[in-house]
Design a protein. Structure first.
Lengths: 358, 381
């Protein structure tokens, strides 16, 4: 294993030297890879014809769970990310079962709502626990164990004044300030490895029974269900898989930066993820990956326009959907283009005539 | 006990006036959704622009900038529309089909750049002519916001929705393009805020006298304190809603709008100018958004480029609650959301205000996706 990582690091150094004219440094490369993983997570749901925008919420769950496990419990990175994925997957089941009955815009609105609820919960989790513990102390439920826990742990702090007032101070998620001082454990080779595993998994999935069922559901849900495909089951499995991939991206990105806070996982993130898929196209898995990398690298490459980053993102989204309806990775379009250039001049002239007549 | 009831009444008054703004805003979503079947997520950005334009118009130092900019834009828009209709579009049709889109993009980008370059000196001349400070009556500022919102919304229809409709794109594609348009509008506003205020924040003046004969000092009736602006807002919002209702049910364009909402193809066969109906719809939706924005600014005073984000989710909840595409439902939903928010602020913490709204949204989508006033449609759930 060791020599493989060394080899990868050599490769990466060369790659970064090659990419340096584009202003792509190692952190940028890392975020490009994380975005590619996120793009794949939305690709799975879009491929099944579900317009789910819950990825931001699941990314937040994955990030918070894995960061807490490494920082507070001292778990290893892989184990904590795996746990984050499992937690997100388990949460996805009760969310998906009712919500996935909805279709297009209704599903989009409901999943946006879910993402916002997760963000607001992360924002207010500490206050919520504080008021709960305060109520428990006042009602003297589990009083002794709470007090002894408060003495040993630095998260919880209980002071009882003489006049009976109780002050509880609890700090785990840090509210709007977020979690600070996260150990930077993720490295580029891990991101590349994970991305390759996910891509391999998706390629295998496309050829499997489940993958074929996914495509069938996208094309016509009614017909798919008539063919004996269990639509509810397939949709939920895909939703859970997508949630797990998003959670892994969250866990990995949480260990790249020293700080995470709820504002990282708002509606902007969802729009970004959607933009990856739209720009790259969703015909193949390569679309969201390339879309994510291009969109992430672009603001760095255009360093001079850094304050215009949002504007450029919006214009690209708008321009891509209007002018490149099938995205950057457009297999049919490439074939059409090749065929077009192979056509001889006379045919082209006829086409011009036809167009002018209509 | 007396105190409790008077605070309750106070809260109800606040909830009703905020609810009127929400309802006005949600109407814009509902109009576009009922006629196109598309959710226009850029509507919140238009709301923000309405608030922004109103703020600029009310600020004596910034008003000349706004007026000079609007006149320059109007002057340039006429030749550019003619150019697009008479020269660009017919010429594009003569090109081979595959390259039309790409050439069109490049031509339009170049044209926009040229217009920008021509517009700058015109703006400079106008700014020189206009006085340094101008005091605009609040009602004119309100008209500015309404028109600004409407025009922006029509521009959206031409740039983000019409090209997609022309090629029969999926409704989701139109949703995504509206997100892109929203991003562009919000970021342009951010740049404009930076330029005009050196930060991304601005404030409305206090005690704006929107209608000339109403005093601005607070009315005190017993324990109640009523700021007249809230009453004015309620009156204006209700007036606009009644006007819309009249227009949709009684006038010819309203009938055409309903016909297009029912079936676009049949209405065009019957000789209705569908494209004109779309333009009118978008203008109305944008005008309502702009009006809601300015009223919102007058109540909450603080305006940033990001005020659209929170109200977007409120508006979505309102239209889902009332039934997507139902105009009366949007009004009802707006008031319900305002009451729930006010109640949750009164009884719990204000930080859960939006969480409660989203949980409600979730439940309504699951239990009654057609909303309170909506009719069941197979496509929905």
């Amino acid at each position: 294993m060791g020599f493989l990582i060394d080899g990868f690091n050599q490769l990466q150094t060369w790659l970064l030297i090659l990419l340096s004219p584009l202003n792509i440094t190692e952190p940028v490369l890392q975020f490009m890879l994380v975005s590619a993983i996120l793009g794949l997570s939305i690709y799975l749901t879009l491929y099944t014809g579900m317009f789910s925008l819950a990825n931001g919420g699941f990314m937040a769950i994955g990030a918070y769970v894995s960061v807490l496990l490494t920082q507070q419990a001292g778990w290893s990175l892989s184990l904590s990310i795996l746990t984050g994925m499992i937690v997100a997957g388990i949460i996805a089941v009760p969310i998906g079962l009712p919500v996935l009955r909805l279709r297009d815009i209704y599903l989009a609105i409901a999943t946006i709502g879910f993402g916002e609820v997760v963000r607001i919960m992360a924002l207010n989790f500490d206050d919520l626990v504080e008021s709960f513990i305060k109520w428990m102390v006042q009602k003297e439920i589990l009083f002794d164990s709470l007090i002894s826990r408060a003495e040993t742990s630095d998260m919880l702090d209980i002071t009882i004044r003489d006049n009976g007032n109780v002050r509880v101070n609890f700090e785990l998620l840090g509210g709007a300030r977020g979690i600070k001082g996260i150990p930077v454990m993720a490295e580029t080779w891990m991101l590349v490895l994970f991305l390759i595993i996910v891509i391999y998994f998706i390629i295998r999935l496309h050829r499997s029974r489940l993958g074929r069922a996914m495509a069938a559901i996208r094309q016509d849900e009614q017909a798919a269900s008539n063919m004996g495909i269990d639509v509810v089951y397939v949709k939920n499995v895909v939703f859970v898989l997508s949630a797990m991939i998003a959670a892994a991206a969250g866990g990995l990105s949480g260990h790249l930066t020293r700080i995470i806070d709820p504002s990282n996982y708002g509606f902007d993130l969802v729009v970004d993820i959607l933009a990856y898929a739209v720009l790259g196209g969703t015909q193949t898995w390569a679309g969201p990956v390339i879309g994510a990398m291009v969109l992430r690298a672009l603001p760095e490459t255009l360093r001079g326009f850094s304050e215009l980053r949002g504007l450029i993102n919006g214009l690209i989204l708008l321009g891509a959907i209007v002018y490149l309806p099938s995205g950057l990775v457009d297999i049919k379009g490439f074939r059409g283009l090749v065929a077009y250039f192979r056509n001889n001049r006379t045919q082209r002239k006829e086409m011009v005539k036809d167009n002018a007549n209509t | 006990m007396d105190l409790l009831t008077s605070t309750t009444v106070q809260q109800i008054i606040n909830a009703v006036s905020v609810g009127a703004i929400y309802a006005l805003f949600a109407l814009g979503y509902a109009l576009v959704f009922s006629i196109l079947g598309v959710l226009n997520l850029a509507h919140s950005a238009i709301f923000m622009w309405g608030a922004f334009i109103g703020m600029l118009a009310l600020d004596p130092e910034k008003a000349p900038i706004l007026i000079a900019f609007s006149i320059a834009a109007l002057l340039l828009s006429i030749p550019s529309i003619l150019l697009e209709k008479r020269i660009v579009q017919p010429q594009l049709l003569r090109l081979p089909h595959q390259s039309q889109r790409f050439v069109g993009l490049i031509v339009r980008v170049v044209a926009l750049y040229l217009l920008w370059q021509i517009g700058r000196p015109i703006y400079g001349i106008l700014i020189g002519i206009l006085p340094e400070t101008m005091i605009i009556p609040a009602i004119i500022a309100f008209v500015f916001s309404v028109l600004g919102g409407g025009i922006l919304s029509v521009i959206l229809e031409f740039t983000a929705f019409r090209p997609l409709r022309a090629r029969n794109a999926a409704r989701l594609a139109q949703l995504v393009s509206s997100i892109g348009a929203a991003l562009v509008l919000v970021n342009v506003a951010q740049i404009a805020f930076d330029w005009l205020y050196n930060r991304t924040e601005g404030y409305y003046p206090r005690d704006v006298q929107l209608l000339p004969f109403i005093p601005t000092e607070t009315w005190i009736i017993g324990d109640l304190r009523i700021t007249p602006i809230r009453v004015v807002i309620l009156v204006i919002a209700l007036g606009l809603m009644v006007a819309l209702q009249y227009m949709v049910t009684k006038t010819q364009i309203g009938q055409q709008m309903r016909a297009v909402a029912f079936n676009q193809r049949i209405s065009s066969l019957l000789g209705i100018d569908v494209s004109r109906v779309y333009i009118v719809t978008f203008f109305l939706a944008g005008a309502f958004g702009g009006a809601a924005g300015m009223l919102f600014g007058m109540v909450f005073l603080n305006v940033t480029p990001f005020i659209g984000e929170s109200i977007a989710l409120v508006g979505l909840t309102a239209i889902v609650l009332g039934g997507l595409g139902s105009i009366n439902g949007a009004v009802l939903g707006g008031f319900i959301v305002a009451f729930i928010q006010t109640a949750s602020v009164t009884f719990g913490g204000s930080s859960y205000r939006n969480a409660i709204v989203f949980i409600l949204l979730f439940l309504v989508l699951l239990l009654r996706p057609q909303g309170i006033l909506g009719q069941a449609e197979e496509n929905r759930a």
